[in-house]
Ligand binder design. Structure first.
Ligand SMILES: *Cc1c(COP(=O)(O)O)cnc(C)c1O
Length: 383
């Protein structure tokens, strides 16, 4: 296959469908194609439009080794939430100084592992956690995660985590008094945040904390703006404009913080989501409730798990063209819950026909239950 020629046309429907067809010849479905060129493009977009911010890829979005390796080669840093994720990125060549242990509630053994492997930068959001970190990893570098507005975000990430900002100085001073090195502030505006105000407000609150700490002899050096950067899931979707958000964020960073402050971020979805194309096939069809039901060989329990955990909706596409009918798409397991959509307008499909979804690289395979009911998850293929 001439991959260069294929890729040059890849942003058209024909290009994507030709790529899918070429892989169908040699691979059984379900499979998920992950485009390396898109991983690289997203990384470059991030660097270009947020030039002051160093991205730490949040590997929970998709921890596949080949994806992590691609980012290691691009020089990306990494956000991990457990010892296992840390092990994964270290094994694949990330340097410990390029890793943030961005979980505010860490198991003691995981903190010990971070110490052993010299992953020094971590987050916290409460007082007991400071005592724990100080006990297992004296002199660890810590960022305080504060609670910020998640208005309009697809996934709320401030319900379970984040300190109140009026506690910030107290907590950072406490960290220092226990022998830790307070480095700065972090926040997460919620995943798929199309509302730039969330970032702008969170930065304003953070800048006030920086100011308060500086006045009291506790200068901070790192501002971590978290993840949440949105992607387009539907072809016709409007309102997702990373470039425009980035302009506002950059302006805010430059206006509110001293020149010596380092900015980092933890993008997950943005870096990997657009790279994934999930390819499934119809394994059966039935006529019920006055419409066609098509049963696919991948479902809610596996690579469409994002419909539950990530509250994500997807655009289902078919290789077959023709008059469209209101139809239901379901996954393969015996559970009725494993229904993907009851209101799809799609052409009439036959056993063996392909249904595919673009921009499904993040929070899909990563949260799949492998082999529930004996149905295998999609094979991941980097292309
Ligand atoms: C999930 C998560 C991320 C990644 O979020 P995206 O919305 O995918 O960018 C970053 N940081 C933390 C702490 C997270 O929990």
């Amino acid at each position: 296959m001439d991959t260069v020629a294929l890729k040059s046309k890849l942003d058209t429907t024909t290009g994507i469908e030709n790529l899918i067809k070429s892989y169908l010849k040699r691979h059984a479905t379900p499979f998920m194609l992950i485009r390396r060129d898109v991983l690289e493009r997203q990384y470059n977009r991030f660097r270009k439009h947020l030039p002051d911010v160093v991205p730490y890829y949040a590997i929970k979005a998709h921890p596949h080794p080949e994806i992590v390796k691609t980012f290691v080669n691009l020089g990306t840093s990494f956000d991990v939430a457990s010892a296992a994720e840390m092990k994964q990125v270290l094994r694949l060549g990330a340097s410990p100084s390029r890793i943030i242990f961005a979980h505010t509630i860490k198991a003691p053994d995981d903190i010990l592992f971070a110490k052993k492997r010299r992953v020094r930068l971590m987050t916290f959001d409460n007082e007991p956690e400071i005592y724990k970190i100080a006990k297992y990893y004296p002199k660890a570098h810590v960022l305080l995660r504060i609670k910020v507005a998640n208005i309009g975000s697809q996934v709320e990430l401030s319900l379970k985590f984040g300190a109140d900002h009026d506690q910030a100085y107290f907590l950072l001073r406490k960290a220092r008094s226990l022998g830790l090195i307070p480095m700065g502030i972090s926040f997460h505006v919620g995943s798929q945040s199309t509302n730039v105000e969330n970032y702008l407000q969170a930065l304003e609150i953070s800048a006030n904390i920086f100011e308060e700490c500086k006045k009291n002899g506790l200068p901070l050096k790192i501002m971590d703006i978290g993840g949440g950067f949105p992607i387009q899931h539907f072809d016709s979707e409007i309102g997702v404009n990373f470039e425009r958000m980035a302009i506002h964020i950059t302006k805010q960073l430059r206006a509110l913080f001293d020149r010596n402050v380092r900015f980092i971020a933890e993008p997950g979805r943005f870096l990997v989501g657009p790279a994934g194309i999930l390819v499934t096939q119809v394994v059966g069809r039935a006529f019920r409730n006055n419409k066609n039901y098509y049963y696919l060989n991948d479902g809610i329990y596996a690579d469409f798990s994002g419909m539950v955990f990530d509250h994500c909706k997807y655009e289902f596409k078919t290789l077959r063209r023709g008059q469209k009918f209101l139809s239901t798409l379901a996954g393969p397991t015996c559970d009725s819950f494993d229904t993907l959509s009851t209101t799809e307008e799609i052409p009439e499909l036959y056993v063996g026909d392909v249904v595919y979804v673009k921009s499904i690289g993040a929070y899909s395979a990563a949260s799949a239950v492998p082999n529930f009911n004996g149905f295998p998850p999609a094979k991941i293929i980097l292309v």
